[in-house]
Design a protein. Structure first.
Lengths: 956, 246
């Protein structure tokens, strides 16, 4: 019997409000085409009407706030306009929970599907449909539902498929393209030659395995390949720049080396205290988020959480970070490229996706940022990071011959097939339609259960190695873990979500919430019982063996047999050309950093300050921050919003071991505005910003580890790759100068949109994430001004380097000198400031970034509810607007009690420090210009309201 | 008097269990965390403890409604054991998701002949919210709150709007001293500004805010401004629970 339960809210209908707003955005019309919404369940099983009614009352419906309608499936629901269901096979966590919860009530359900229903006249145009459903994962049905059964899948008939590679080059490329393998001609030829030598035709699963392993996503072949750049050759760019810097720092630190495992495991590991090391990984999930923002971000965070969990023998996640890049939220619908979702829809979906996964996992999301630029319209960027703590004796892992290959966690379905190769391709106007298979929804509770049992199993020593199933699924996880050994896998043993998967689909499926363990046979029973005791599925799907081969079997048929040496080392080196032509500059003085200058547009300083505060990139992110639980786990010491009036903190601090005051500061830096002008400066400024953010709250600059995430356009084009080479070189130079080791990283290339007549390339975007040690969180400082009468010091040097500044952005000026950190002075500033903070000489501290001094002062003022009188002009003799709004790096605004002023000044000497004013009790900020007149005079209320309203989350 | 033993109930998706354990340990208790499957196998395990805590989190993903699946499990499998536990003069605490589960299991306000009397629904804002709130405390006969007048604690929930079936039932709860915790500034649209509620005995307390997140002085949102206190406001609640057995 099939039942249909429709549940409607009494009172406020928030889903109706959401859809009404979205429809208005798409249609520019306030026409009320819907009158209400409902949600519901389709129930399949031997249930009488009475039993179904009991299920509604006892489980599904909260009658104090909802009404419901129970009817046989397909009964006409009066006034219903349409029903939206997840497509069959898409993860539906609530449906799974209902099956289990019904069993608790003594009722057996065979299958459940959830749906949303909308009431009202509707409209015939496609815009409403677009507002109601996302075709990538959802079905849209008008009229009554017609379904015979809910269960998905049908029996699979085994047939071993071979892929002959004996045709022409064109044939090879057709095979690559049709199979979504993303393999180049040279790679296809190499595979063909390999199988010719072996003397047989490859099977489909062998070709897929090679494609997954050789994908840009899994092998980073561009940045680890050969790059010819303006006459010099990099044999492995990452190794020669970023890794090299870390290696040099480790050698120089000698016995003080605090790196533990870098660029080796799923996350980079550094020391934390005597018991634990800390690890950190940041990933991107850009393409899935472009197509299905909720699911893309959801599984992006779910995936990066499994990185620390799959690092060493498993780290406990202690906090998350998220950084997003979107197009402006008020972008007109008409200007969107074909097949692209509106940025507001993308942002809301992404924020909800991160929220629902992070909050459910019980991991605080403590730090992030959002950047807006029109060029992110088709390629939004979604960075998610996770910090974990790992016991000091759990760093080393290695599968041993004879170990069982155990799959733990979620079941395998058709989800995400070709995710790894998909993320290595460009988006087009068809992506929304053809790429749906690569998009998924996560099931956070499945991952939370997995986390709970893994940490127990780790502490009981039940396995030798662990890794997560990410891109490439089993194929990548087993292939990597067994790379030095060999493995034999029986694919038919993998538990499936539904029937019908081929052996190849099982092998490359990217279903979420799965980990692979190497389990010694004598521990297998204990592990299986532990998993069963908390309702987590664990199945042995094969064995690691010392054969040097990857053997894949399905129902006793050998379907794949690959030489691991060829699989991991057989890929032909990628050779790419790179070039960089700096924008022509007009001064000729300063190497490559001056750019063509447009006439400078003057804006009144008061007005400019408010406009910068209201720029969405600078404006309050409270709407996002409050939706994330940033305090779960009880370690919060400095929160994302600080002060009685909630200003933007520079970095968050957690004390992750309850009962210990030792902390971690987590921050980030990004400077995409400089990417087009000077990629070297862009990377250097991003590192400077990430480091100064964590130093500003109290992290020790000698113990800051950083991570890189490169998101670039299509690096097949030399000018795109050239800017990346310069950024990587900057990473090396600055990391060495600041003595901040890179410990992990990830790249996402080909962030371009190509449709006939239209190419949109993202600005070169390098995210630097920083994690710094705090010896005692009780020494931390926040950025809100504390007491009237305290002195305000500008630390660092302001220069006339306005290129890429927010003043230029809001005034429509371009060009000028590009800011670059002074690599000799910056680390000394960080060290001295840290000394002053730990000595208790600093009452508040804020870094100067977007909008420079004026914005920093305004934020500190309204966060603390106190004003100030400042004099912008020191001895430098710069124009007022430069003093106010220059974004020169390595600068801070610091509040010091008058009694501590001499000690602070001597702690900072001989570095550039200028006393520029005093905190006052009045709620207004005044800043004097060179001629002594107040050029800024604004109430805290007007500054704060400009800042709070700037994101423009709701449509006008 | 021996040190009271606290049972923290783990369930799939519970995620505030470690900090709840820390808070009780700071207050001087012996704490054990147990998975609900162990209690389902042997409901009498619970009787070895003096205090039961259902911690915050997203049990079973909050699928269907927050805490609802766990609530059904508490009623179906542990109902008798829980009532015996309460009637033996012991204490039960539900925080956030734990409050949602205890309330929906009928352990704080029992259902009447017309069904459930009260629930916790989606916030009026329609959104999950993490923010600090000031609570006014009406300790009356609730041992957890003895001597506490006010607390600054964070909330972090999407479904914390307290709703009663009728106005007279709401007034009944307010007048009989059951609404022991009330928001000074209502963050979620709760009727009667109710943040926390106890049962008729006073020994079963459920609250949406997280006292275990304000135990250390560095948890306070403005400690960098106001200086470090000796301890966080929330610790008193846990200490009271321990003292009740002394």
């Amino acid at each position: 019997m099939l039942w249909e339960v429709t549940i409607r809210p009494r009172g406020h209908d928030s889903e109706l409000a959401r859809i009404t707003e979205e429809y208005a955005l798409l249609s520019h019309s306030n026409e009320r085409v819907l009158t209400g919404s409902g949600r519901g369940y389709l129930l399949e099983g031997q249930l009488t009407e009475d039993e179904a009614g009991r299920l509604c009352r006892d489980l599904l419906v909260d009658e104090l706030v909802e009404t419901y309608r129970l009817a046989p499936l397909g009964t006409t629901d009066a006034e219903a306009f349409a029903t939206v269901l997840l497509k069959p096979g898409v993860m539906d966590p609530a449906a799974l929970s209902v099956v289990d919860a019904a069993r608790d009530l003594g009722l057996t359900l065979d299958a459940v599907r959830t749906f949303r229903r909308y009431y009202g006249p509707g409209t015939p145009n496609g815009l409403l449909r677009k507002a109601l459903a996302n075709d990538a994962i959802e079905q849209f049905v008008q009229g009554p539902l017609h379904l015979d059964h809910l269960a998905v899948g049908k029996p699979y008939e085994f047939k071993l498929l071979y892929v002959p590679l004996d045709g022409t080059d064109d044939d090879l490329m057709t095979i690559s393209r049709r199979g979504q393998l993303s393999l180049s001609l040279e790679e296809m030829r190499t595979i063909r030659d390999h199988f010719r030598r072996v003397g047989r035709t490859p099977t489909d699963i062998e070709l897929e395995t090679i494609a997954q392993t050789w994908s840009e996503h899994c092998s980073h072949k561009t940045l680890k390949g050969i790059i010819d750049f303006n006459g010099t050759r990099h044999h492995n760019l990452l190794k020669e720049t970023i890794f090299a810097a870390t290696q040099q720092l480790r050698r120089e630190m000698g016995a003080d080396d605090w790196c533990v495992s870098v660029f080796e495991d799923n996350a980079g590991i550094v020391k934390f205290d005597d018991q634990f090391h800390a690890c950190f990984k940041v990933e991107t999930h850009n393409r899935p988020s472009a197509i299905e923002p909720y699911g893309g971000a959801n599984t992006g965070l779910g995936g990066v959480i499994r990185d620390p969990l799959g690092t060493g023998l498993g780290a406990k996640p202690v906090c998350n970070t998220d950084v997003f890049c979107f197009a402006p939220l008020d972008m007109p619908v008409e200007s969107l490229p074909a097949g692209v979702l509106h940025p507001r829809k993308i942002m809301k979906g992404v924020v909800s996706g991160v929220r629902d996964y992070g909050n459910r996992m019980g991991i605080p999301t403590v730090n992030g940022a959002v950047f807006f630029d029109e060029r992110y319209v088709a390629n939004p960027l979604v960075f998610c990071g996770t910090v974990g703590l790992i016991p000091v004796n759990c760093v080393v892992k290695a599968a041993r011959p004879g170990d069982l290959i155990v799959a733990v966690g979620g079941r395998t379905g058709r989800d995400g097939i070709h995710g790894a190769t998909f993320s290595s391709a460009e988006l087009t106007d068809k992506s929304e339609k053809v790429s749906g298979g690569a998009v998924q929804i996560g099931n956070a509770i499945a991952e939370k259960k997995l986390l709970d049992v893994i940490l127990q199993a780790r502490d009981q020593g039940l396995y030798h190695a662990i890794t997560d199933c990410g891109a490439g699924g089993f194929s990548s996880a087993v292939g990597e873990m067994g790379a030095d050994l060999g493995a034999a896998v029986d694919l038919d043993r993998a538990p499936l979500k539904y029937e019908g998967l081929s052996y190849t689909e099982i092998w490359i499926s990217e279903s979420q919430e799965r980990m692979i363990l190497a389990v010694p046979p004598e521990k297998w029973d204990t592990l299986r019982e532990l998993c069963a005791s908390e309702d987590v599925e664990a199945v042995a799907i094969g064995t690691f063996e010392q054969t040097g081969r990857l053997k894949l079997r399905y129902r006793d048929h050998l379907v794949g047999d690959l030489d691991l040496h060829f699989l991991h080392d057989g890929r032909p080196a990628v050779v790419r050309q790179a070039e960089w032509t700096p924008p022509a500059f007009d001064s000729g003085e300063y190497r490559g950093v001056d750019t063509p200058r447009s006439p400078i547009v003057k804006i009144d300083a008061n007005e400019a300050l408010k406009r910068i505060l209201a720029h969405p990139t600078v404006a309050s992110k409270e709407w996002i921050v409050r939706q994330y639980d940033h305090e779960v786990q009880g370690g919060s010491a400095i929160k994302p919003l600080v002060g009685p009036h909630e200003g933007p903190g520079d970095a968050a601090v957690i004390a992750p071991v309850l009962g210990s005051w030792r902390g971690l500061a987590v921050g980030c830096g990004m400077w995409p505005r400089l990417g087009d002008l000077d990629p070297w400066a862009m990377a250097a400024c991003a590192i400077d910003e990430a480091v100064r953010n964590v130093v500003a709250v109290g992290a020790n600059p000698a113990r800051v580890a950083i991570l890189d995430n490169f998101c670039w356009g299509n690096t097949d084009r030399p000018e795109v790759l050239g800017s990346l080479v310069l950024a990587a070189r900057a990473c090396q130079e600055v990391a060495l100068a600041y003595r901040t080791p890179f410990i992990s990283g990830k790249d996402s290339l080909k962030n371009e949109y190509n449709a006939p007549g239209r190419r949109i390339v993202i600005p070169p975007t390098l995210l630097i994430s920083a994690m710094g040690h705090v010896a005692d969180v009780r020494q931390c400082v926040s950025m809100d001004w504390k007491e009237a009468g305290n002195a305000l010091y500008l630390v660092g040097t302001t220069k006339n380097d306005m290129a890429g500044s927010f003043l230029h952005l809001i005034s429509g000026t371009s060009g000028g000198t590009v800011p670059r950190p002074d690599l000799a002075v910056a680390p000394r500033i960080f060290a001295s400031l840290h000394g002053a903070i730990t000595a208790g000489l600093v009452r508040s501290c804020h870094d100067l970034s977007e909008g420079g001094l004026a914005v920093a002062a305004a934020e500190m003022a309204f966060a603390g509810g106190l004003g100030a009188d400042l004099t912008a002009t020191g001895a430098t003799g710069l124009p007022d607007d430069v003093e106010l709004f220059s974004e020169s790096p390595s600068r801070f605004l610091v509040e010091v009690k008058p009694s501590h002023a001499p000690a602070f000044e001597s702690a900072m000497a001989p570095l550039p420090v200028t006393k520029i004013g005093t905190v006052v009790a009045q709620s207004r900020l005044r800043i004097a210009g060179a001629n002594g007149e107040w050029i800024v005079w604004a109430s805290l209320e007007e500054l704060r309201s400009a800042w709070r309203g700037g994101m423009r989350i709701e449509a006008k | 008097m021996t040190t009271p033993r606290v049972l923290i109930l783990r369930a799939p998706g519970a995620n505030c269990d470690a900090e709840a354990q820390f808070a009780f340990e700071q207050a001087g208790a012996i704490v054990q965390r147990l998975h609900i499957n162990r209690l389902r196998e042997n409901p009498d395990l619970i009787q070895r403890f003096q205090i039961l805590t259902v911690p915050g989190g997203f049990t079973y993903g909050d699928d269907v409604a927050a805490g609802k699946v766990l609530a059904n499990q508490l009623s179906c499998f542990l109902g008798d054991a829980l009532r015996r536990f309460r009637d033996a003069e012991k204490l039960i605490l539900g925080v956030c998701n734990g409050f949602q589960a205890l309330l929906k299991a009928g352990l704080i306000v029992p259902p009447d002949e017309d069904g459930p009397v009260a629930t916790l629904a989606h916030n009026a804002s329609g959104m999950f919210q993490d923010r600090w709130v000031r609570l006014q405390v009406f300790p009356d006969n609730c041992p957890f709150l003895r001597g506490i007048e006010s607390m600054l604690v964070p909330i972090a929930h999407g479904e914390g709007r307290f709703v009663c079936r009728t106005q007279w039932q709401l007034e009944g709860l307010l007048q009989t001293g059951r609404a022991v915790l009330r928001y000074v500034q209502n963050p979620n649209g709760s009727q009667g500004d109710i943040a926390g509620l106890c049962d008729v005995t006073g020994r079963v307390l459920g609250l949406m805010p997280h006292p275990e997140r304000h135990v250390l002085p560095t948890h306070h949102p403005y400690w960098t401004r106001e200086g470090l206190a000796n301890e966080g406001d929330g610790l008193a609640l846990f200490r009271n629970a321990i003292r009740y057995f002394h």
